[in-house]
Design a protein around this ligand. Structure first.
Ligand code: BGP
Length: 488
């Protein structure tokens, strides 16, 4: 029986804005997610349409704060009220770790508040205490697509340098409060995604930057997040000396569509459009190819003197990432089929199956990605998102026979193990996305289900919110128990 390393951190992942609900309870302020309307009439493959935002759309969301149907993230899966039940289910599966995020706007409702919201701080104290009961190690994302809406409306989002000290105050507050409860931290979820959905990640709304080069705005905001990430790493290490702070990358993997050198170069260049962000956070400086890009596209980043020193002195301790699918790239994509993936649209790989949302299923791509990342950075890795979004069916007797999800996961776990045993990759752990059904980031559907636990609500918020164990729940429980997939 091939086993994973002892103390391998098996678990599951969620994000506050997609899972908690209670969007306006306990003193929480509005986040960017709370006014992001669902577009149920838009093709799920039209990622751009589902994630773009306008000032008018924000105003519409603010004018309808009682609308829980078109704004599903406001109720999420109601973890806010059901966290004890959910954590008990995680413990029943044998979780060693649970990746979650703290909603910044639950701690500082407007982001720029002088003092924190005690009710918000107490909520996460209660969650961490519940995890501690079962010896489940929290892995906490400081910012997972949920910046306070106020920084969008009154500051220009992360484009404003003033957000850096606000974020630093938030980080200092949560590190001091939870220093005896949380050791593993991630700064920004998928920091690279600012390029693909600037509103969700950076609170940037294009129509508020009329007359500016919006790409330059995005990279300026990205610079502020890089500085904030380094500052957060510094603060965390000072307050919690044995803490480990990771970056979090959308691990997009592109294969050349053919062996033509032009296609190989195109795939390599597209991979760099992702690595640029982890390179910056791991090496503590902008890579030369990104600086060349800035020069070529006349992008000027305004920096303060201390920025470079801060980034260089406080790189991350490990690299975490999400991996769902792979894609192809070609020098000339004319006439080639494309298909969506996680926040992207790319050339379809004719050799791979495709999910209902167009994402191409590629277990071997996970091994390829692990090898690439480990060879590139020589720092420990952590898979903090991987899973299959699918339309699960709850039977009359409250079962979900998600054999397709077990098949997806088993193949990915086999490739993970090959990367560890054959390729020498240091992989700390794995947290499935999402361990319990929650609201999809892009399409805001709960019907795109990822969990080992079914949540009984539909895309319009109708249902009991009851939890039901899927077949994959019992399978994953055994994987963790045996620390292996060879128990059958
Ligand atoms: C990642 C996000 C997660 C999660 C995942 C699945 O990019 O970090 O929050 O949402 O994508 O994507 P979706 O929910 O759109 O299916």
């Amino acid at each position: 029986m091939r086993k994973f390393p002892d103390h391998f951190l098996w678990g599951g992942a969620t994000a506050a804005n997609q899972f908690e609900g209670g969007f306006n309870l306990g003193g929480k302020g509005l986040s960017v997610a709370d006014v992001a309307k669902a577009h149920f009439d838009v093709d799920v493959k039209n990622y751009q349409k589902h994630t773009e935002m306008t000032t008018q759309a924000i105003e519409e969301g603010l004018a309808h704060l009682d609308d829980m149907v078109n704004y599903p993230k406001r109720h999420g899966s109601d973890f806010y009220h059901r966290y004890k039940e959910d954590i008990a289910l995680m413990a029943e599966m044998g979780f060693k770790t649970y990746r979650m995020s703290i909603a910044w706007s639950r701690i500082f409702p407007n982001g720029d508040d002088e003092t924190p919201n005690e009710e918000g701080l107490q909520f996460y104290d209660d969650v961490f205490d519940e995890l501690k009961k079962y010896n489940i190690e929290p892995l906490v994302t400081m910012s997972h697509y949920e910046p306070p809406l106020n920084i969008v409306l009154n500051y220009d989002g992360w484009y404003s340098r003033e957000v850096i000290p606000m974020f630093a105050r938030y980080v200092e507050t949560i590190c001091k409060r939870y220093k005896d409860k949380v050791k593993y931290w991630l700064t920004f979820n998928e920091v690279d995604s600012m390029i693909r959905h600037p509103y969700t990640t950076g609170g940037l709304v294009k129509d508020r930057f009329a007359g500016k080069n919006f790409e330059e705005v995005i990279f300026q905001a990205m610079h502020h997040q890089f500085v904030a990430s380094a500052l957060a790493t510094k603060i965390c290490h000072e307050i919690i000396p044995d803490s480990k702070v990771g970056c979090m990358l959308t691990k997009l993997t592109y294969y050349p569509y053919t062996c033509k050198p032009e296609d190989v170069l195109a795939a390599q260049q597209r991979m760099r459009s992702t690595y640029a962000y982890s390179d910056t956070q791991v090496f503590g400086e902008y890579p030369a190819y990104l600086l060349s890009y800035f020069k070529k596209h006349k992008i000027h980043i305004v920096k303060e003197e201390e920025d470079d020193i801060l980034m260089k002195q406080h790189p991350v301790d490990f690299i975490s990432f999400s991996y769902y699918m792979s894609s192809c790239e070609a020098a000339d994509t004319t006439g080639l089929c494309t298909t969506p993936g996680n926040t992207i649209l790319a050339v379809k790989n004719p050799h791979l199956e495709t999910s209902e949302w167009g994402w191409q299923i590629d277990p071997l791509g996970l091994r390829i990605s692990l090898v690439e990342l480990y060879d590139r950075y020589r720092k420990p890795l952590f898979i903090v998102e991987n899973g299959l979004g699918d339309k699960d069916v709850l039977t009359e007797d409250k079962k979900v026979h998600d054999t397709y999800r077990i098949d997806y996961l088993k193949k990915h776990f086999a490739c993970m193990l090959d990367a560890i045993i054959e390729d020498g990759v240091e992989l700390w752990g794995y947290t499935s996305w999402a361990c319990i059904d929650l609201i999809s980031e892009s399409t805001k559907q709960i019907s795109k289900r990822y969990g080992y636990v079914y949540v009984d609500i539909d895309d319009y918020g109708n249902g009991t919110y009851n939890r039901y164990r899927k077949d994959s729940f019992y399978w994953y429980k055994k994987v963790i128990e045996y620390n292996s997939i060879d128990f059958e």
